[in-house]
Write a protein that binds this ligand. Structure first.
Ligand SMILES: *[C@@H]1O[C@H](CO)[C@@H](O)[C@H](O)[C@H]1NC(C)=O
Ligand SMILES: *[C@@H]1O[C@H](CO)[C@@H](O)[C@H](O)[C@H]1NC(C)=O
Ligand SMILES: *[C@@H]1O[C@H](CO)[C@@H](O)[C@H](O)[C@H]1NC(C)=O
Ligand SMILES: *[C@@H]1O[C@H](CO)[C@@H](O)[C@H](O)[C@H]1NC(C)=O
Length: 291
């Protein structure tokens, strides 16, 4: 019995680990938007063997080309100092979590790292108080806001409600008429766009052919017309878009229609549409980050 119990605790110890559960590694965060940082801790840390929570520190640090600093050396710009307070258990694992919501700082851009330090104190017999410190870190990118980006840059374009979703070409098929959708950002070429004058272009990496975001013939424009790509032509009204930095919209200047996240749905494969430009409608607000 004792042996079995020991095995079980060993297994539990292996499963339970201090870590960062969200965002996903490599996520692009947009300055000014909210990010949820989820800290994961083994269940009952404080209840076990006289262990007490001391502090939790969360920071974010820019990473030079040589790599991110170790969290034990630099926690960066501090987002939180306080105590870890479990908000619940993760599924039926032996882990608890606490979610922290922060506004992404605007004074860091490009490669960055979320850095976490966790301090505990273990009380042992004979007035021994043993300090313990552990660290976790997670790489992210910090991008630019608004639907435009640095000139000539290849961009990911995101619905404002979720920077981890990207505007892409459905199924990755470069062809006249392929639908334009939202999908989890996955670093594929079919989610990479460039502003070329007033057209929004995706370049096929295989043959360098250029494909433009296309709203179909102007006479058919209406709320709900679905978006596609088409071979690029200059001066076609259906391929002429204006990124409006002040509002974050992407607008067809020859009509009062804006690129629109259909029904506000972020599910992979949801095809984008045009809709009458509506001031302040989040479904019509887009952000861009450099790829
Ligand atoms: C966690 O600690 C509490 C209080 O000490 C105890 O009742 C509970 O059974 C523990 N849970 C686990 C999974 O060990
Ligand atoms: C905590 O954050 C995770 C990851 O973003 C999310 O899936 C979960 O729903 C959040 N839980 C709460 C209670 O906010
Ligand atoms: C990447 O996203 C595109 C849509 O933007 C999708 O067609 C493609 O299947 C995705 N690739 C992977 C590997 O998930
Ligand atoms: C796409 O359509 C244009 C006409 O709008 C045509 O000239 C071109 O050949 C088509 N491309 C392909 C690959 O079918």
């Amino acid at each position: 019995m004792k042996f079995l119990f020991l095995l079980a605790s060993l297994f539990a110890a292996a499963q339970a680990q201090f870590s960062i559960g969200a965002p996903k590694a490599g996520t692009t965060l947009v300055p000014g938007q909210n990010v949820v940082i989820q800290v994961i801790e083994p269940i009952n840390t404080s209840a076990e063997a006289g262990e007490e929570e001391v502090s939790l520190v969360i920071g974010i640090v820019p990473c030079p080309a040589s790599g991110c600093p170790a969290p034990s050396a630099n926690l960066g710009e501090i987002l939180f100092i306080g105590q870890y307070k479990s908000q619940g258990q993760i599924g039926n694992t032996l882990n608890t979590f606490e979610n922290f919501t922060f506004v992404v700082p605007s004074d860091i851009s490009g490669s960055a790292s979320i850095q976490v330090q966790h301090a505990i104190l273990t009380t042992l017999p004979g007035d021994v108080s043993q300090p313990g410190v552990e660290y976790a870190s997670l790489p992210v990118n910090i991008g630019t806001s608004g639907p435009t980006g640095p000139s000539g840059a290849t961009l990911n374009i995101h619905p404002t409600s979720n920077a981890a979703k990207c505007v892409g070409i459905k199924g990755g098929v470069y062809a006249n008429g392929t639908a334009v959708d939202v999908f989890d950002c996955n670093n594929s070429a079919t989610q990479s766009w460039q502003w070329n004058g007033d057209s929004l272009v995706s370049v096929n990496p295989v043959d360098q052919s250029q494909w433009c975001l296309d709203a179909g013939v102007e006479t058919s424009w209406a709320d709900g017309v679905l978006m596609k790509i088409w071979k690029c032509f200059s001066n076609l009204p259906q391929q002429t878009w204006t990124p409006v930095t002040t509002s974050g919209t992407i607008k067809l200047p020859s009509g009062n229609f804006c690129l629109d996240l259909t029904n506000g749905v972020l599910t992979n494969g949801n095809v984008l549409q045009i809709w009458t430009c509506t001031s302040g409608d989040a479904n019509q607000v887009w952000t861009a980050t450099s790829t």
